[in-house]
Write a protein of this length. Structure first.
Length: 343
């Protein structure tokens, strides 16, 4: 008799049928690098740091992110008459599996329902669709548990594979006599993907105090961007986040996070005029910011739902670009055991 797998929840198959198709239909970039520059910041969404799962434990997580901004900056100064609004709606899904007690592998992806850029005259460019797929293994390099503390250090290295479109155009003028349409490239900020294969480097450290239901942890992320087929390499991305969290009533979690982000300026093929050909102002790419991120979570058995809001404390952009304003995430995760039976 062949080995089979069973799932310790009769509800798993229902959840799987809903979520699993999304894994192959969604991108991995969660916000633009700048409204002139486009590109991506972090390719990992969801709002939660990731350690490793237990041996043969699995997790399905999905989150919805909403971004809206009518704030634009030149350096650290607010600017006007540049754009009217930028907004996006994004669904991100992750399936992770504990291959061993130390190694967890996840498949992550997402889908943009909408990415829209609006100019002061109310003209706009928008796009939707698949973005990228991320394969992301993480390994627990250190674990030490005592009567009073739980400690963990995990490292990860993944790859982002471009799937969605990174170049498109829209009608900017229709000749009233001939009816002929004239097109221009859409700004990269509204495209679902950058079109490049990127490499992800990740670190996670955790220290928990179970008796006090208190925990502190940190995560570090670096994304090395690759070149896309049209001679663009969007700026590398780095982030460092510090967290402190406490659980109340065994179900309600409160986590406070301070996160710093840096995005390098874009590299490009100097023989190509990016502004004329691709509607991309290279001087307005890259920047840095510091955010305060409060998060609430509620757990019921193996389900967890959470919500977080990113509040910008400091922002600097190269050139003139989008600034963060409203960034809200709502997520759900479900963990279960996959146990192998020998027969």
């Amino acid at each position: 008799m062949q080995s089979i797998y069973y799932f310790r929840s009769r509800y798993f198959l229902r959840a799987l049928l809903f979520i699993l198709p999304c894994l192959f239909l969604m991108p991995g970039d969660n916000y633009g690098q700048g409204c002139c520059s486009g590109g991506s910041g972090s390719p990992i969404a969801g709002g939660t740091s990731q350690g490793v799962l237990a041996d043969r434990q699995a997790e399905i997580g999905t989150s919805f992110q909403y971004i809206n901004s009518d704030k634009f900056k030149t350096g650290t100064h607010d600017t006007t008459n540049f754009l009217k609004n930028y907004n996006s709606e994004y669904l991100y899904t992750r399936f992770a599996y504990g291959a061993t007690k130390n190694l967890t592998v996840s498949l992550e992806a997402g889908y943009y329902f909408n990415k829209t850029q609006v100019w002061p005259d109310n003209s706009k460019a928008n796009c939707s669709g698949i973005g990228d797929i991320i394969i992301f293994p993480r390994y627990d390099v250190y674990t030490k548990n005592t009567e009073k503390t739980r400690n963990e250090i995990a490292l990860g290295m993944g790859v982002k594979i471009p799937v969605g479109k990174y170049l498109d155009s829209y009608v900017v003028y229709t000749d009233p006599h001939s009816g002929k349409n004239y097109f221009t490239p859409k700004p990269p900020a509204v495209m679902p993907s950058t079109g490049s294969q990127d490499f992800i480097f990740y670190g996670f450290g955790y220290r928990g105090y179970p008796a006090k239901k208190f925990r502190i942890f940190t995560s570090m992320l670096y994304v090395r961007k690759g070149w896309n087929p049209i001679g663009q390499r969007f700026g590398d991305y780095a982030s460092l986040a510090l967290y402190a969290g406490k659980t109340y009533f065994n179900k309600l979690g409160v986590t406070l996070q301070v996160k710093g982000e840096w995005v390098d300026a874009m590299k490009y093929d100097k023989s190509i005029d990016m502004l004329a050909k691709y509607n991309l102002d290279v001087t307005s790419t890259g920047g840095k910011k510091i955010m305060f991120v409060p998060q609430l979570s509620y757990s019921y058995k193996t389900f967890s739902v959470y919500a977080l809001y990113e509040l910008p404390l400091y922002q600097y952009v190269n050139g003139t670009a989008i600034a963060s304003q409203y960034f809200f995430t709502l997520g759900l995760s479900y963990r279960f055991m996959m146990v192998k039976l020998k027969g």
